[in-house]
Design a protein around this ligand. Structure first.
Ligand SMILES: [Zn+2]
Length: 141
């Protein structure tokens, strides 16, 4: 997966401003309308400074937005995700690439477990109307 590697890179190389911005978004948590969820990932990817990664993850982000519309996301799930974001932001603030990578991987695993628990694992992540090719194994978050 790409995003744990991006988190590690950001922990090692981000500017003080980027670290502070990530911590601020993580601290705000995730609102019922989803505000704060995607912002965290977008900031992190932008801070990674990798144009290829930015492009790839922007595509993944769009797929997640489409899929999220069809998912039943509770406040508990949002709080869980917000806690993960704070743990990732803390590792980044602490300049700890290994912990940032580990925390991001756990965050993505937890999201996948949620999908399994929802019985949606076999469901296409991208609505069939958007399909071009066999890219149904994109990383979840
Ligand atoms: Zn997240």
């Amino acid at each position: 997966m790409l995003e744990p590697a991006a988190a590690a890179h950001v922990a090692a190389h981000a500017s003080p401003d980027e670290r502070a911005a990530l911590a601020a978004v993580a601290d705000r948590g995730i609102a019922p309308d989803g505000t704060g969820y995607h912002e965290f990932h977008e900031l992190l990817v932008r801070a990674s400074g990798n144009p290829l990664l930015t492009t790839v993850l922007a595509a993944v982000e769009q797929a997640v937005r489409w899929a999220a519309v069809e998912q039943d996301i509770t406040q508990f799930d949002r709080d869980e995700a917000a806690r993960s974001h704070r743990a990732i932001a803390k590792a980044i603030s602490d300049h700890d690439p290994r912990r940032a990578e580990h925390r991001m991987r756990r965050h993505l695993d937890a999201a996948l477990e949620h999908v399994e628990a929802s019985g949606l694992l076999g469901a296409p992540m991208i609505p069939p109307s958007r399909w071009r090719g066999d890219n149904s194994d994109l990383p979840w978050r």
